[in-house]
Each structure stands twice: as C-alpha cells, then as structure tokens.
Design a protein around this ligand. Structure first.
Ligand code: ATP
Length: 461
C-alpha cells in the first residue's frame, strides 16, 4: 500500500496524538515555537538518551556538560555572533511578509551563500527580481535585502530602562558553553587530548522565517559535541567523526537512501572542512547535522577576549598549544521530525487500514500497553491492573480499557507502541491460567505468554 507520508499527515498525527502542539495555541499561536505533548516529551527524551549514550556513555574520552543558557555578553562578541550572526532578510512591499533572501534565491535555482555581504546578495537578488515571488502573496515587489542579527536579547540581571543597549543574549548555540568550560573540565577531570565535551540544551535564534514545522524554530534544542585535538590530528579525527555520525543514523534504524552528505562550498576562513548530513524530510533533503573541523578559532577568540590562557600542556612532550576542534552538531527537533518521517507508515492489517509509527523499541514513547479484554468485568480489570504494575516497573507502560480491542490496537499502532498485552478470560482459569496474549505491532501476530515470563519476554524483545 502506498503511504501518504507527507508533512500534512505527520503534522496531523502529531497534533491528534499529542506529540507536538503549536506554542501558545489558545492565543492564536506564537510563530517558531512549539510544545512537545505527552508522547512528544517521551520521544524527545528517548532521542536525547540515544544521543547521550552514543556520544558520552559509550565514548571513553567524552564527558558531558550542562551549561547555562545565559552567559556574559562578551561571549557572543568573542564568538563573532554579535558582529556576524545575521541572515539576509527581504520584505515584500505588498503584504509585508519577511523572507530569507538566500532561500528565495535558492527556490529559483540561484545559489546564494549565507556568508555573502549585503552588497553581494543585493546584487544577486536584483539580477533575479523578475523571477522571485513572495511566498505569501505571490507578487514580485520586494524591498532591498538587509542583514538581520539572529541573537535574542534578554534583560536578565539588567534593571535599566534602556537595557537593550547593553543586553546579553539567550545562547544562539550550545557549544559556546563548552568552550567556556574547556579549562574547568580539563582541570577537574582526568581527560587528556584528544577528548570531547558534549551537551544537550536549548538555543534561541530570531529566525526570519521559521517554516517547515519544527524544522526551523526560534526556540530549539541542540545536541553538540566538541572534540579537542592536537592540530596535526584534526583531519584524522574529523574523518573518524564523519563515519561515526553517519553510522549513528543507520544504527537508529534510518534507511541509508534517506540520508546524504552535503559539502559546504564556501568555508569560513578558519574552518578546514564542513559537511552536513542531510535527511530526506517531506519537503526534500535538508540539513540534519553539521560536522565541522573548526581549527582553534573559538578557543583563541575566547583567549583574546577574556585574557585567560586557553592552551593545553602536553606533559609527555612538554609542549603547549591551543587545541583544534572537531564539532558535531545536530538539532533535537530536526531529529524528532526525521524520526517521525522515517518511521511513519500506513498499511492494512486484518483487512483494516491503519497508520503506524514503526519506531525502534528504544525510541517508542510507550513500550507496552496493557488491556483488560472487557471494561465491565472486575476480575479482568483487577488482573490487568496487576499486570500493569508488574510491567510498568520495567518498561514505560500504558493502561487502556476504552473501546473494543481493535480500536485499542489502532491507537497504540499510531503512537508506535511495540507490544500490547491483553488479559482475557483464559488468563483467569483453566490450562491457560496466568497467561496473557502479547501482540506485535509490526506483524499483528499474537502469542500467549506466561505471566511469570512476561517481563523477560518484553525486555528481551
Ligand atoms: P540552517 O542552515 O538550516 O539554518 P545552520 O547551518 O544555521 O542551519 P547550525 O548553526 O550549524 O545550523 O546548527 C547546528 C544544528 O542545529 C543544525 O544542523 C540543525 O539540526 C539545528 N538547528 C539550527 N537552527 C535550527 C532552528 N532554527 N530550528 C531547529 N533546529 C536548528
């Protein structure tokens, strides 16, 4: 059966089943901001855990960090974000819709680099004005292109009326917190170069045109790792991480046909290499993760701006140097959307159409659903409650006694629950006493399992 795996069906499932809600929905929504609902919060946690396991717990020389969202304002001057973290904005004179000029150019087949100067991008935009239409009203009457800084200001700790003049910022990326703590981690743990620091956390960007659902948000979450290496080892480590990060998606269960590499054409002056892993989202191949060889730019900048020594002393050779950095950086929200897309399916089971999220077991928000066959039979309900408390000690379990069994199966398929356990009359008496049926999400097959073996049966699976 052909599935309608498009953005509309994913958005509708995500809303209907409580994965994702529009932020501040009762006030008409707040652009670029979304909330994870009950199943979304579970899925997001499972994505974080999968990444943390692969990047911290299974890597001997990587340690974790959880740094603050708000930092000293100098951090963003040093990092170059105050001066250069800007996107080219163009406003439609007819309907005032603001768009990214580079994205509009891309739509008419003209490559525009986000690093172009305002003059360069205006020239390119002017050359193509006759082709570019406003995505909202379809007219071709645009203002000039201006650069707009993406950093979000905050008055945290600032009580002046004109606080915007010396405001600080909500972090635009999580990795600055890693650079700030490079020395702290070095001095407080037994790490030796090459070593990495990883963290997961919120980042904020005043994206001009947040679109494509949770792909481009204004408040989002990043999962980043900076590997600190000897300059001579940078490219070697870089290749290693390119391979590891590609393999990570295959291990998550992604089909390799839905992934591809994209090499950045124009590198910033300090970078040695930059490749993205792109995923085939419902709107085409787009960046999921960036893997960058960044030289020693970031640490050197912080050394200059803070006046603190950021070098590393290699005791075996008695040499000092400012380490180079290999970075892997992926959005939690983009991974979430990729996971929803990858595992969304529609098929027919027992002559009935269904929507099913074929999540791997580690990502599924709910691992097991327990049902009493009938809601109005106290013996069945009591036994099912016993089964629920047995299983829920080990696996995230849901109890459902509402509607016929077929409907309950469909509801669990839609949220990707791998197993449904039913307590029926055979559970209560006869040869089959203390057995339950376990139904598999993907095949619909049912097996009778002894209650005494149930937990190991489900956890082994
Ligand atoms: P893009 O070119 O799509 O704007 P970027 O190159 O600016 O992305 P980076 O600054 O390299 O992105 O951030 C690293 C990762 O963080 C991206 O690969 C993406 O997964 C995620 N990310 C960046 N911006 C957003 C956003 N606005 N919403 C959701 N995720 C984001």
């Amino acid at each position: 059966m052909k599935t309608s795996k498009n953005l509309d069906s994913i958005v509708s499932l995500a809303k209907r089943r409580g994965f994702i809600f529009q932020g501040s929905e009762i006030y008409g929504g707040f652009v670029g901001v979304y909330d994870f609902g009950p199943y979304g919060a579970e899925l997001a946690n499972n994505i974080r855990t999968a990444w943390w396991r692969a990047m911290v717990q299974q890597e001997r020389n990587i340690v974790g960090l959880d740094s603050a969202i708000v930092t000293h304002p100098k951090v963003w001057e040093a990092s170059g974000h105050v001066g250069g973290f800007a996107d080219p904005l163009v406003e439609c004179k007819e309907c005032n819709t603001r768009s990214r000029a580079d994205h509009l150019l891309e739509e008419v087949g003209v490559f525009a680099d986000e690093k172009m100067t305002t003059e360069e991008i205006n020239q390119l935009f002017d050359e193509n004005r006759d082709k570019i239409k406003c995505p909202n009203c379809g007219k071709k009457n645009f203002d000039v292109v201006k650069h707009f800084n993406l950093l979000v200001k905050t008055n945290l700790g600032n009580f002046k009326d004109d606080w915007t003049k010396n405001a600080t910022y909500l972090r635009g990326e999580t990795c600055q917190g890693i650079y700030l703590n490079f020395k702290n981690v070095l001095d407080s743990s037994r790490v030796k170069i090459p070593f990495g620091i990883a963290q997961i956390g919120k980042a904020f960007r005043n994206e001009i045109a947040p679109r494509q659902y949770i792909f481009r948000k204004r408040e989002f979450e990043q999962m980043e790792m900076q590997m600190f290496v000897h300059p001579d080892n940078e490219m070697n480590e870089y290749e290693k991480w390119r391979e590891k990060r590609w393999q990570y998606y295959l291990d998550l269960g992604f089909n390799k046909e839905n992934l591809k590499w994209h090499e950045h054409e124009n590198l910033v002056f300090y970078a040695k290499a930059a490749w993205d892993i792109e995923y085939k989202f419902p709107f085409g191949f787009k960046e999921l993760e960036g893997i960058h060889a960044r030289g020693n730019y970031d640490l050197t900048q912080h050394q200059t701006f803070s006046g603190k020594d950021m070098s590393y002393l290699d005791q075996s050779t008695n040499t000092k140097y400012v380490p180079h950095v290999v970075e892997t950086s992926v959005g939690l929200d983009r991974t979430f959307l990729a996971v929803m897309t990858e595992f969304y399916d529609e098929d027919e089971l027992g002559g009935e159409k269904r929507t099913v999220l074929r999540f791997p077991k580690n990502l599924a928000p709910v691992k097991v659903a327990v049902f009493p066959l009938l809601k109005n039979k106290p013996d069945l309900v009591n036994k099912a409650e016993e089964v629920y408390s047995l299983v829920s000690k080990h696996l995230l379990t849901e109890f459902d006694d509402n509607g016929n069994i077929g409907k309950r199966y469909r509801r669990q398929d839609e949220i990707g629950t791998p197993h449904c356990v039913t307590v029926d009359f055979e559970t209560l008496e006869g040869d089959t006493k203390d057995t339950v049926t376990v139904r598999d999400r993907d095949t619909g097959k049912q097996e009778r399992v002894m209650l005494s073996n149930l937990v190991s049966y489900l956890t082994d699976k």
